[in-house]
Design a binder for this molecule. Structure first.
Ligand code: NAP
Length: 285
C-alpha cells in the first residue's frame, strides 16, 4: 500500500535549527527522520516522536547504514534538509589543511554526498532538497573567512542543484538564516579557542576573534520562530527558491551588496576590533 504520510530527513537535528525544524514539521504531520552523532541522543529524540538515525555526515560507513535504514523504513522522501554544519572561526592563514578540509567536508561535500544517496527516494516522491546556507555566504567578516567561504560554496552548489534536479521533478530551496539561537556560537567559540595559539601572528587580535565567534548569538531569533517561518514557506504549493529568515537575514546581504568596500571594511574593522592598518608586526620583523 502506498505510504501517505509525508517524510522529512534533517541532518544535525540534535540542537538548534535542525531540531526546531524537526518539531515544526512534526506538528504539520510529517514523519521526521533526524540525524545525530551521539548514541546518547537517540532515546530523547524517539521520546519526542522523531525517528533518529546515527550519522556523522563525514563518515561514509555511517552514511551507508543510515541510508539503508531509511530505505527499509520509508518508500518516500518529501524533504531532505541538509542542515548539519559548524562555523570554523579564526584567521584564514591559521587554518591547517586538515581544518580546511573538515570545514568544507562538513558544510559542502557532505551535502553533495547525502543528496546523491537520497536521489532515488526524492525522485520517486517529487521531493524537495533544502540546503541551510547562511548570511555569511554574502556578508563576509574577518575571522570567519573559511566558514563564509564554505557557505558561499554551498550557495553555488545549491544553485546548480536547483537547475540539475528540476528535470527529475525535485525542487531545491536555499534557506539563508540570519542569527538564530542555537549551539552554533558555543561550537564556533570552542573552535576558535582550539585554533588560535600564542604563536599566531593574530594572537593580539584574540578579543576580536572571540567576538566574531560569538556574534551569531548576540540578538538571535528564537529557533522555533525561525522554523515556523521557514516551514510555512516550504509547505507552499510553490515554495520560493530562497527563504531568508532570522535577525539580519535581509539587512546583512543588502549591506554587503550595496555598501562600498571601503565603508564595509571600516565598519567590520570597528566591529571586530582590528587595529590601525600597518600597526601589527610579525615576530620575525
Ligand atoms: N545559528 C545561526 O545563527 C546560523 C546562521 C546561519 C546559518 N546557520 C547554519 O545552520 C545550520 C545549523 O546550525 P545551528 O545554528 O542549529 O547550530 P547547532 O545548534 O550547533 O547545530 C548544528 C548541528 O550540526 C551537527 N553537526 C556538525 N557537524 C556534523 C557532522 N560532521 N555530522 C553530523 N552532524 C554534524 C551538530 O551535531 P553535534 O551536536 O554532534 O555537534 C549539530 O546538531 C548550520 O549549517 C549552520 O551553519 C546557523
Amino acid at each position: 500500500m502506498e505510504q501517505m504520510q509525508k517524510v522529512a530527513l534533517i541532518t544535525g537535528a540534535g540542537s538548534g535549527i535542525g531540531r526546531a525544524l524537526a518539531l515544526e514539521l512534526q506538528s504539520h504531520n510529517f514523519q521526521v527522520y533526524v540525524s545525530v552523532r551521539r548514541d546518547s541522543q537517540l532515546n530523547e529524540l524517539r521520546a519526542l516522536g522523531l525517528y533518529p538515525l546515527l550519522l556523522d555526515v563525514n563518515d561514509p560507513q555511517a552514511l551507508d547504514l543510515a541510508i539503508q535504514q531509511l530505505e527499509q523504513q520509508t518508500t518516500r522522501l518529501d524533504l531532505l534538509i541538509n542542515n548539519a554544519g559548524f562555523g570554523a572561526m579564526g584567521p584564514v592563514l591559521d587554518f591547517s589543511t586538515a581544518e580546511l578540509n573538515q570545514q568544507f567536508q562538513t558544510n559542502v561535500f557532505s551535502v553533495i554526498q547525502l543528496t546523491r544517496r537520497c536521489l532515488p527516494l526524492l525522485a520517486k516522491t517529487g521531493g524537495t532538497v533544502v540546503n541551510i546556507g547562511s548570511v555569511s555566504a554574502d556578508f563576509v567578516t574577518p575571522f570567519a573567512g573559511i566558514y563564509c567561504a564554505s557557505k558561499a560554496a554551498l550557495h553555488a552548489v545549491n544553485t546548480a542543484l536547483r537547475l540539475e534536479l528540476a528535470p527529475f521533478g525535485i525542487h531545491t530551496v536555499l534557506v539563508q538564516p540570519g542569527a538564530i539561537a542555537s549551539a552554533f556560537g558555543d561550537t564556533a567559540s570552542a573552535h576558535a579557542g582550539q585554533l588560535l595559539s600564542a604563536q599566531s601572528p593574530w594572537w593580539p587580535l584574540r578579543d576580536g576573534i572571540a567576538k566574531r565567534a560569538a556574534a551569531s548569538q548576540q540578538k538571535p531569533t528564537p529557533a522555533a520562530l525561525f522554523a515556523k517561518k521557514v516551514v510555512a514557506q516550504l509547505l507552499q504549493s510553490r515554495p520560493p527558491r530562497r527563504i531568508r529568515a532570522g535577525y539580519g537575514s535581509w539587512a546583512l546581504p543588502f549591506l554587503a551588496k550595496f555598501l562600498p568596500d571601503a565603508l564595509l571594511d571600516l565598519l567590520l574593522r570597528r566591529q571586530f576590533l582590528l587595529p590601525e592598518n600597518g600597526s601589527l608586526k610579525l615576530k620575525s620583523d
